[in-house]
Design a protein around this ligand. Structure first.
Ligand code: ATP
Length: 471
């Protein structure tokens, strides 16, 4: 079914002008070679969903060329990308030869900002076994669209003549966009590629759509047959699982956990049973929710600038819910960053040590001594998982105050006062810091003040004279 050309014509004209220009030039290049060119996927979807009164800016465009190149080694997409790059020398060209796809990237371009255009050759995929890497062959646009995840992502806007600006809707995507449904193209879709389960939830939450009931059933079926058995998502030990699949799964998790609406997304994944794709025992119970909410709050308090990736720590909290021996394994299989793998592998040991030692550390200086070997993410992980309120408070105080406190006197002061550099020097400085932390130089408030004010410095000097008299 080829639908309403007039809707589509309207849509394309709504694109921001620099984008319209690029697409017009790309279409011209394709036409000169006798090829068809289409805008496909999320770009068409977002164009149709956008506010009709505003120009639409898309940062990420997917184009598909339907055409044959005389050389068997070069896809039409690659050639089109090369011809565009010749016209836009500021763009970087990346070619992924095997699948005949190319990407053009503009970085900090005054007109195009950070635009990314993927250009693929129309192709179909078949899966030699579920969830494996697709093998690709050139084919028509319909087949290309058929391999996509959801009907709303399987629309194409023809850019070339004849019938330029026509919207191609083979699978009812337009209707689903209007009725706000995430609907899969065929029943086997989630078994072929379980990352689509995460994508379904991601789009549903982001767009405020519903996962169409039969599609939700397909998800539950895929979860019960493949994910729970863990041979599609993460692989049982001994089975080789396509690394590309894990990379994509991690990417989807990252998208979900990075988004402001990660909570409803996680809830929906859990309702669909999809967390068992990460591990068969993973479930979102009240305690885990509490931990996730807490780490989210702590992250916003300690790291508003996002110095370390918040999504990663949320995922750490999720995976920390697994049995200690499973955590590192799942983190490795998901190819998480090295620091996450280390954190999850060493967590139980650290947690055990701190659970035992923190109750024996009533003084701030003792807490600092205990906690300073660990970085902020590790301490947050331990804190949110701790069932002891007092431990959380100790870690909180360490992170908010005690870790930043400095002694009123430093090495220069010691030298000025006549102390000689040597072993004792370091010991004195440590003692000064401990006394500062424990409030011995301030106004007596326990561990609240360090302070380089004159009164604190004078008290610290008196303390030195008393405890470390100069010979
Ligand atoms: P976003 O706005 O989040 O980038 P998008 O739809 O552009 O959404 P991409 O991940 O960039 O999402 O993918 C581009 C297109 O590629 C999708 O619209 C979809 O048609 C197709 N696609 C991506 N991942 C899959 C998948 N796992 N299975 C099938 N099709 C996919």
């Amino acid at each position: 079914t080829v639908k309403a050309a007039q809707t589509a014509r309207l849509d394309r004209a709504r694109l921001a002008l620099p984008l319209q220009n690029i697409l017009a030039i790309a279409a011209q290049q394709a036409e000169q070679r006798g090829w068809h060119l289409y805008l496909v996927g999320g770009g068409v979807r977002d164009l149709l969903l956008a506010d009709p009164d505003q120009p639409v800016t898309l940062n990420d465009l997917d184009l598909v060329v339907d055409g044959f190149h005389q050389s068997a080694d070069v896809g039409a997409g690659v050639e089109l990308a090369r011809s565009l790059q010749a016209l836009y020398p500021h763009a970087r060209l990346d070619i992924h030869g095997k699948f005949q796809t190319a990407a053009l990237l503009w970085h900090n371009d005054p007109d195009l900002d950070s635009l990314w255009i993927d250009i693929a050759t129309a192709r179909t995929e078949f899966y030699p076994y579920p969830a494996a890497n697709p093998e690709v062959e050139a084919s028509s646009i319909r087949q290309d669209l058929y391999r996509r995840d959801f009907t709303i992502n399987a629309l194409a806007l023809r850019l070339t003549q004849p019938r330029a600006n026509e919207l191609l809707d083979f699978f009812g995507g337009l209707l689903d966009l209007r009725s706000k449904q995430i609907c899969v193209l065929h029943s086997n879709s989630f078994i072929e590629d379980p990352t689509r389960i995460f994508r379904a939830v991601r789009f549903a939450v982001r767009l405020g759509f519903e996962i169409e009931p039969q599609t939700a059933d397909f998800i539950r079926y895929a979860v019960s047959t493949t994910c729970r058995a863990r041979d599609a998502c993460l692989g049982e030990s001994g089975r080789v699982v396509a690394p590309a699949l894990q990379t994509r799964l991690k990417a989807e998790l990252k998208y979900i956990l990075q988004a402001p609406d990660w909570k409803p997304a996680l809830k929906q994944l859990s309702d669909l049973g999809a967390l068992s794709c990460l591990h068969p025992t993973l479930a979102l119970d009240a305690e885990l929710w509490q931990q996730l909410r807490l780490v989210d709050r702590w992250l916003r308090r300690f790291d508003p600038q996002q110095m370390f990736p918040h999504w990663q720590l949320l995922l750490d909290v999720l995976l920390a819910r697994l049995a200690p021996l499973e955590r590192g394994f799942v983190a490795q299989t998901l190819q998480l960053p090295k620091d996450s793998i280390t954190r999850l592998t060493t967590l139980s040991q650290v947690q055990e040590q701190l659970t035992e030692a923190l109750p024996k550390a009533p003084r701030p200086s003792q807490v600092v001594q205990l906690l300073k070997p660990y970085d902020v993410p590790m301490l947050m992980l331990v804190a949110v998982r701790s069932s002891e309120r007092s431990h959380r408070q100790q870690i909180w105080k360490y992170l908010t105050r005690w870790s930043q406190i400095k002694a009123p006197l430093d090495g220069h002061d010691l030298k000025r006062l006549g102390y000689k550099q040597g072993r004792q020097f370091k010991q004195i400085l440590e003692r000064l810091l401990a006394a500062t932390l424990d409030g011995e130089f301030g106004d007596g408030e326990f561990g609240e003040r360090g302070g380089s004010d004159a009164a604190s410095r004078a008290r610290a000097e008196r303390y030195l004279a008393e405890h470390y008299p100069l010979k």
